[in-house]
Design a protein around this ligand. Structure first.
Ligand SMILES: C[S@@+](CC[C@H](N)C(=O)[O-])C[C@H]1O[C@@H](n2cnc3c(N)ncnc32)[C@H](O)[C@@H]1O
Length: 267
């Protein structure tokens, strides 16, 4: 096993981790052979996967830039994964040098790696919590130190809500989070959508059956409902790679598998 300085001692690096596989898809270096092997298997089953993930990440960057340009300097990134390739605080600080970020994930592996990577950065915090538990998130002293909830915050729910099944009422969960934020805050959101081509649906189903976290894809109107009561920034809710496209998503620009994305402003 490769010894690496960012690996917390409590982490089992002999088992693949979804968070480190995600880092591998993004071209990051925070992964191990065991992660790469499993990721390669997933890619064989679903060749577009790395492109989709990179398109999602490119949307995240464009959205962070957009809200930073609107004067936001505080970010609450829930379902953040391992903040490695183009993480939120680095992107935001290109536009607002004093940006603070609270990273939240429920996965202990992602949290442990995040804490190790961000140690020494006193303008970031890492919380282990579930997005369905706003009291745990907003009651955490680390979040309170990082975010001033009397000023606008950008809430990032990027590629995470499709892990919340309908039985857990994802729309109500988002509402409970948004209700804690002041007017002028933003919701940055991307979400998987069902592909219309039957030949890709089959490979999707097969892949999801093999993962411990089943995915709930949602239609455009279902995703739009997460923005209820908000003003959607231009161009509205669109395919992920189309949101203020700048060419960085490459040949995925028109790809239906990339899901939908949008940025809403709280009134
Ligand atoms: C696909 S990754 C997205 C990472 C990053 N937001 C991005 O788009 O590049 C989804 C992350 O959401 C986390 N997650 C899933 N369900 C969650 C929940 N209920 N609460 C908090 N985090 C969750 C997973 O552990 C994982 O790290």
């Amino acid at each position: 096993m490769e010894p690496k300085s960012w690996v917390p001692s409590e982490i089992d690096v002999s088992r693949p981790s979804a968070a480190r596989m995600y880092d591998y898809y993004l071209g990051g270096s925070h992964n191990f052979q065991v992660d790469r092997d499993m990721a390669e298997e997933a890619i064989e089953l679903w060749p577009e996967l790395p492109k989709i993930i990179r398109a999602n990440r490119a949307f995240l960057h464009r959205a962070v830039r957009t809200v930073s340009e609107q004067g936001v300097n505080q970010f609450l990134d829930i379902g953040s994964g391992i903040p490695t390739v183009g993480n939120v605080h680095e992107v935001a600080r290109r536009w607002v040098p004093d940006a603070t970020v609270a990273y939240v994930d429920r996965d202990p592996v992602a949290v442990a790696h995040s804490r190790a990577l961000l140690a020494g950065d006193d303008r970031t915090a890492v919380l282990q919590a579930d997005l369905r538990d706003p009291d745990a998130i907003f009651g955490d002293p680390a979040l309170r130190r990082m975010l001033d909830l009397t000023r606008p915050v950008a809430l990032l729910l990027v590629a995470v809500l499709h892990f919340i099944p309908e039985t857990d009422e994802p729309h109500a969960a988002v509402r409970r989070l948004v209700d804690r934020l002041p007017a002028g805050s933003f919701l940055v959101l991307s979400h998987a959508s069902p592909p219309s081509r039957p030949e890709v649906s089959a490979s999707h189903e097969e892949l999801y059956q093999r993962t411990p976290t089943p995915l709930t894809m949602r239609t455009e109107p279902e995703i739009r409902a997460f923005f209820d009561g908000m003003e959607l920034l231009e161009p509205g809710l669109v395919r992920i790679a189309k949101w203020r496209a700048d060419g960085s998503a490459g040949d995925l620009a028109d790809h239906e598998l990339a899901g939908h994305a949008g940025v809403g402003r709280l009134r």
